[in-house]
Design a protein around this ligand. Structure first.
Ligand code: UD1
Length: 337
């Protein structure tokens, strides 16, 4: 049996990747330390898929533990999504970010070498591009991350590139995500951030739930069609499917980088309107000041992934809002039971 080790498989993106693999008849094995995820996701995935998913609670920053997991599971490929992901915390605590994020990937690569596993898909971010010099952003855009989190993503990409050059890997695919949003259409899994969210969609959801009084729009004087910032929001189920397509591909020179986005920008104003429509009532909002470090526009050029992989985005931003509303309503029902 070809097992796919999904490192960080209990998290927001990892749980959708696991589900996507299962729906395509593959055998994912989840590895997670549940630091930023709820262990109940495993039971929910089991019920959705109708199988018992193999799951290991492992501290991926612990080299010996990673090695033992590889010895036991004997995966044929790895999808590496584990790591710390708060931009703000990475600025306050860069050493943690470098040691944890780089350490996890180094431990995984060493174990892959030891146990002859030579295919990897790595979860990177469009944040590696830094301030865009042009939009849409293609993979040839210069890389210039503006915070430690973004630099850890870029350095992990480069470590993997060196591993390929050294002949240790036969296939390495880097996926640079734009802004993942939404939830599985079942409403059974979705984004469940611990702590106070910073990203727009969880903030829209918290405002809908009354946890926040209103949505503050970070600036209305940008050079965009309505003055608010524009982003490329990719439905998490489309993003998950991109990992499955990446696993099946034969990367040029064994190492290839792909943007994962829709190629279409949605402004903050449009996002609030779409979420309000999905809810069936308007969200309270207020115009605020610009947030430091925000680019006016970040949109993917996605021609490369669409032409090279058997993948294209199938779901709209409206789908993502509707799926997020469904997930949040089912979650609050099950919490109150
Ligand atoms: C953020 C991260 C980025 C990460 C990405 C995806 C920063 C500076 N960047 O990018 O590294 O890869 O998430 O997870 O944190 N907005 C509001 N009001 C709010 C919250 C957001 O108007 O209360 C606006 C922002 O100005 C932005 C858009 O909504 O234009 C999206 O914001 P966010 O979800 O934080 O994503 P990014 O800024 O693209």
């Amino acid at each position: 049996m070809n097992k796919i080790l999904v490192c960080g498989g209990a998290g927001y993106i990892g749980s959708h990747v696991t589900l996507s693999l299962l729906r395509k008849g593959q055998t994912p094995v989840i590895v997670d330390n549940f630091a930023n995820s709820d262990p109940s996701v495993i039971g929910r995935l089991n019920s959705l898929a109708g199988v018992q998913i193999e799951c290991h609670e492992v501290e991926l920053a612990d080299e010996a533990a990673v090695s033992r997991t590889f010895q036991e599971v004997k995966p044929s490929a790895v999808i590496q999504l584990a790591g710390l992901k708060s931009v703000g915390q990475s600025v306050a605590n860069p050493t943690d970010y470098y040691s944890v994020n780089l350490g996890i990937t180094l431990n995984i690569l060493s174990a892959m070498e030891r146990y002859s596993c030579d295919r990897i898909v790595f979860s990177s971010s469009a944040t590696v591009y830094g301030e865009p010099e042009y939009v849409p952003i293609d993979e040839a855009h210069c890389v210039s991350p503006i915070n430690p989190y973004g630099r850890t993503k870029y350095f992990q990409e480069e470590i993997i590139r060196d591993w390929v050059a050294a002949g240790e890997l036969s296939s390495a695919v880097i996926l640079r995500y734009f802004n993942p949003v939404g939830a599985d259409a079942s409403g059974v899994i979705g984004e469940d951030p611990s702590g106070i969210p910073n990203n727009l969609m969880p903030i829209l959801g918290d405002t809908a739930a009354g946890i926040r009084k209103e949505v503050e729009i970070f600036g209305g004087d940008y050079a965009t069609r309505d003055g608010t910032c524009e982003r490329d929001y990719i439905h998490v189920s489309d993003l998950a499917d991109a990992h499955v397509a990446a696993l099946a591909c034969d990367p040029e020179d064994k190492f290839e980088v792909f943007n994962v986005g829709t190629g279409r920008g949605v402004t903050v104003r449009e996002a609030i309107d779409a979420y309000s429509s999905a809810l069936g009532r308007p969200l309270p909002e207020r115009m605020g000041a610009r947030r430091e470090g925000d680019a006016a526009s970040s949109v993917a050029a996605n021609e490369k992934i669409v032409s090279r992989l058997n993948w294209r985005p199938l779901r709209s931003f409206e789908d993502a809002c509707r799926d997020d509303v469904r997930w949040r309503s089912q979650k609050s029902k099950s919490n109150s039971m």
